[in-house]
Design a protein around this ligand. Structure first.
Ligand SMILES: *[C@@H]1O[C@H](CO)[C@@H](O)[C@H](O)[C@H]1NC(C)=O
Ligand SMILES: *[C@@H]1O[C@H](CO)[C@@H](O)[C@H](O)[C@H]1NC(C)=O
Ligand SMILES: *[C@@H]1O[C@H](CO)[C@@H](O)[C@H](O)[C@H]1NC(C)=O
Ligand SMILES: *[C@@H]1O[C@H](CO)[C@@H](O)[C@H](O)[C@H]1NC(C)=O
Ligand SMILES: *[C@@H]1O[C@H](CO)[C@@H](O)[C@H](O)[C@H]1NC(C)=O
Ligand SMILES: *[C@@H]1O[C@H](CO)[C@@H](O)[C@H](O)[C@H]1NC(C)=O
Ligand SMILES: *[C@@H]1O[C@H](CO)[C@@H](O)[C@H](O)[C@H]1NC(C)=O
Length: 437
């Protein structure tokens, strides 16, 4: 797979099939009438990224992909994940007459193996690979009609979004490769949960495996170490009526980085150091990051002698299972709530907030107002600030179980509703009672 400067003109028969007119091929662009195939590549203008055919599994299966020029093995995007070519020599990458980017198989009557199938009515007149690794199809007025950043495979690059377009419903998510030599979608997906206070979740088949925790104004609630590499990348979280998204950007002068959902279901933040990809962060980090490790109303403590405990005022719901170190059933309230004035709030300090998708969020309310609202609504089980900046503002209210809470460094306060009698259970107590024996 050596880079090649050759570009081939398509034979006339093929040109007529695609209704192409002939023109020269630029290094970083494809226009109608030009194509690449075999070992030919597009290179971004500054040469940072390349697009071309690559193989896995002993050259028996070939895919159209994008990689950092310096690291051909670190493929960051794949077009035909599910439909490999048998040989690189049969692959043709071109703009179709309809203005889509297509991968054709010459060994199979030029069958379309993959197409960008842009839903936009405007046909692309040019495809360009940019220096940020984004492959952009633009129309004659130079308006982007399709971009690979909107269709990530298992990798986010600087500037590509994770999240959802709330107007169109289009989701920007990634799925793991099936294995190191099979880029077809594997068991894991990394996707934004847009309900409650939006956060990112890793799913394995149908079950949730890991959550980042909601955005708290500075970082995800369950990822305190995000801030430790802010000198290399900056983060932006957007939540408007149009869009919920999370984007990072490499800072000017910083090396290229990527965020990958790997084949074992871990998210890895990697930075290219010139020779290899260094892992700066990965999640899940420990057993407490595994979703629901301590069940509803449980709290996970990764550095404690025992991992799972119940929030104060709660006791294990299946004591026999807890004794056998199975805390997944979680905890139950020891004293029923009194509602009308008979309850108070216990401050659970330093936690990753519980799952928010059944919660209500009001970014405009003060924390004091949040407490009043929760206090006056009998079904409110807990509240917390939605933004930790400036001492805490905004309001998240939970109405049912508190799921997947854990202690983290720089965690925030969660105010949990308890019957007044449980609040005064143990004077000068610790944060947790009812630890597993
Ligand atoms: C790769 O192909 C060669 C030659 O066909 C074969 O001997 C070898 O066993 C193959 N390796 C793998 C890992 O499939
Ligand atoms: C690719 O190889 C497989 C297995 O040998 C074969 O079934 C398939 O028809 C081939 N596809 C093409 C397009 O030649
Ligand atoms: C497929 O394209 C090739 C050029 O790459 C051309 O020679 C061939 O005639 C085309 N086949 C068909 C069936 O259109
Ligand atoms: C996930 O689904 C795939 C295919 O449906 C299956 O092969 C795999 O065993 C499943 N994995 C788990 C952990 O359930
Ligand atoms: C995925 O990432 C995790 C965390 O960095 C690592 O332990 C694991 O070995 C990786 N798996 C693969 C298949 O690379
Ligand atoms: C763990 O406990 C729950 C009930 O709390 C039970 O449903 C589940 O089967 C137990 N799991 C194992 C592996 O024993
Ligand atoms: C309590 O909150 C729930 C959920 O937001 C809401 O449906 C209900 O109307 C509220 N009750 C009162 C009395 O405000």
């Amino acid at each position: 797979m050596r880079p090649s400067q050759r570009r081939h003109r398509l034979p006339l028969a093929f040109l007529s099939v695609l209704l192409l007119t002939s023109s020269a091929v630029a290094d970083s662009t494809l226009t109608q009438g030009t194509a690449i195939g075999g070992d030919q590549r597009l290179a971004s203008p500054g040469g940072v990224f390349q697009l071309g055919l690559f193989s896995v599994a002993n050259n028996t299966r070939w895919f159209l992909g994008i990689w950092l020029t310096a690291s051909p093995a670190g493929v960051v995007w794949v077009a035909n994940r599910d439909r490999p070519l048998n040989a690189s020599s049969s692959g043709i990458v071109a703009l179709s007459g309809r203005g889509d980017l297509v991968l054709l198989d010459a060994a199979s009557n030029n069958e379309t193996i993959w197409s960008s199938s842009s839903s936009s009515s405007a046909a692309a007149s040019v495809a360009q690979l940019r220096d940020d690794g984004n492959l952009v199809l633009a129309d004659a007025a130079d308006v982007a009609v399709w971009q690979s950043f909107d269709h990530p495979t298992n990798t986010f690059l600087s500037g590509s979004r994770a999240g959802q377009d709330l107007r169109t419903g289009v989701v920007w998510s990634v799925s793991s490769w099936r294995s190191a030599d099979d880029p077809s979608p594997g068991d894991f997906r990394y996707v934004m949960d847009t309900r409650g206070s939006p956060e990112l979740h890793v799913w394995r088949n149908g079950s949730k495996r890991y959550r980042t925790g909601p955005w708290n104004g500075l970082r995800f609630s369950g990822c305190p170490d995000m801030t430790t590499f802010e000198d290399l990348v900056e983060f932006r979280f957007t939540h408007t009526a149009d869009e919920v998204s999370f984007v990072y950007r490499d800072r000017v002068g910083s090396p290229v980085s990527r965020l990958v959902l790997n084949e074992s279901g871990a998210m890895q933040r990697m930075v290219w150091d010139g020779a290899l990809w260094r892992v700066f962060w990965s999640g899940p980090r420990d057993q407490c990051d595994i979703y629901g490790a301590c069940g509803p109303f449980g709290v996970c403590n990764a550095v404690g002698a025992v991992m799972c405990g119940c929030i104060k005022g709660f006791i294990p719901s299946s004591p026999a299972e807890w004794r056998m170190r199975n805390a997944s059933g979680g905890c139950a309230r020891s004293t029923v709530l009194q509602c009308g004035g008979g309850d108070g709030f216990y401050t659970l300090r330093g936690v990753k907030l519980p799952e928010t998708h059944g919660s209500s969020v009001d970014a405009g309310a003060s924390l004091a107002e949040c407490g009043r609202r929760c206090s006056s609504n009998c079904s409110c089980t807990a509240y917390a600030a939605s933004d930790i900046r400036g001492g805490g503002t905004g309001c998240i209210q939970w109405f049912g179980e508190l799921m997947d809470t854990r202690f983290v460094d720089d965690g925030q306060d969660l105010f949990v509703r308890l019957a007044m009698s449980d609040l005064h259970l143990v004077p000068g107590d610790k944060d947790l009672v009812n630890l597993m024996p």
